[in-house]
Design a protein around this ligand. Structure first.
Ligand code: GMT
Length: 374
């Protein structure tokens, strides 16, 4: 198939899923055309089946906000025509779904079906905002196919948007060959030369991730035992987290890596992963950690309990309960095996339920169904 994929190319779960999906599909012989304002962060530009088409947004003094949605729709049509696309697959409804709807209308009577994948805040925060709700609902209803990444998000979408059309749950996935324990290339020894346990967090540091809670949890753990904290990613709350590190005098034990490629090499060096988010429709970073045999302490919110089983793959706490999270962290890290058994079970669960080898074919058969029906 010749598939156009649109996503946010910056640091964020929906862009990561879209990019990994494109690369997995390319590995299975499909031609993939990413259409966005910048190359997606994890995209492999050297794959001959992967192509990138930049959306250029012309500015004009009259435009306080250059109309990206329109420029994207125009580029979608252009790529459809030049590359004979079979379909468009857009990730994150706002505004990508609306652009795809415009592109499909412009392409008519030629056929340009589009599939929208809902990821989370496009429904739970942004989409349910009054100014976006009607158009998001409309573009979901008009899509030729709609998928979402967890059962939780399916329920929220039906509830908040009163959607009557079918929505397919196709969960997020992880490449289990790439994400595994042996991916650590000596980083653990570099970060914790004294053999201290390593706690890790990976996110876009948006307020919804509660990154300051990561530092609060670590401060309690560090008060009880030697330990190191590695923070991967960047975003608005990095400053708040750095402030707390200084406040608690933890500079020697906390490392901010910023945005990173090949995150599997970093995750494989961790003993424990922290995801204390206010809300997660899925929690992709937790799944990636689990594939690397890292137990997870996360919050009992949204779709996270579909991924992390409390007491089995790690532990779930209420948002903001840093004390409880720290108690579980100390419990895991004080064991002589530092939670290795739990980590092994976590990987088994990741492999059984969310392996790319099983989830990508689900997307392929969904594409076929949509093409047959549209
Ligand atoms: O809001 C975010 O955290 C970013 C957002 C995104 O679209 O980049 O993440 C959402 O999509 C991810 C990939 O499907 C999920 O793993 C995250 O749980 C989800 N975030 C939220 O629901 C808050």
């Amino acid at each position: 198939m010749r598939i156009g994929i649109t996503c946010y190319p910056t640091y964020g779960g929906s862009g990561v899923v879209a990019t990994e999906l494109g690369m997995e599909l390319a590995a299975r012989g499909h031609e993939i055309h990413f259409i966005s304002y910048a190359p997606p962060i994890r995209m492999n530009p050297n794959d001959p089946r992967i192509h990138f088409h930049e959306v250029e947004v012309a500015s004009y003094p009259l435009f306080d906000h250059p109309p990206y949605t329109l420029a994207l729709a125009t580029k979608m049509l252009e790529v459809f025509e030049s590359e004979s696309l079979d379909l468009l697959h857009v990730h994150y409804a706002i505004p990508h779904s609306v652009s795809a709807l415009l592109a499909r209308s412009m392409a008519a009577p030629r056929r340009l079906p589009f599939i929208t994948t809902l990821h989370g805040t496009d429904i739970t925060l942004v989409g349910s905002n009054r100014s976006y709700l009607p158009i998001t609902k409309f573009s979901i209803e008009q899509s030729d196919g709609v998928t979402c990444i967890s059962n939780y998000l399916l329920k929220e979408t039906i509830k908040d948007f009163d959607i009557k059309r079918p929505i397919e749950v196709i969960p997020n996935f992880v490449n289990c060959d790439l994400y595994n324990r042996t991916a650590d290339k000596g980083l653990a020894a570099q970060w914790a030369p004294g053999g201290e346990p390593i706690l890790m967090h990976l996110s876009n540091f948006r307020p919804v991730k509660r990154v300051p809670d990561v530092v609060e949890i670590f401060a309690i753990v560090r008060g009880a035992m030697p330990a190191k904290l590695i923070l991967v990613g960047d975003g608005p709350d990095r400053g708040a987290a750095e402030f707390l590190v200084r406040k608690y005098g933890l500079q020697k034990d906390v490392l901010f890596l910023g945005k990173q490629d090949n995150v599997y090499e970093k995750l494989a060096a961790a003993d424990l992963f922290l995801l204390p988010s206010q809300l997660e429709s899925f929690g992709l970073a937790a799944l990636e950690a689990m594939a690397c045999e890292v137990p997870v302490i996360a919050t009992n919110v949204g779709g996270v309990p579909e991924v992390v089983e409390h007491g089995v793959d790690g532990f779930l706490v209420e948002p903001g309960d840093v004390g409880e999270a720290a108690r579980y962290a100390i419990e895991i890290l004080s064991r002589t095996d530092r939670g290795r058994e739990m980590g092994k079970i976590a990987r088994l669960h990741a492999k059984k339920n969310y392996c790319a080898n099983d989830v990508i074919p689900a997307y392929e058969s969904y594409y076929k169904r949509v093409l047959e029906q549209s």
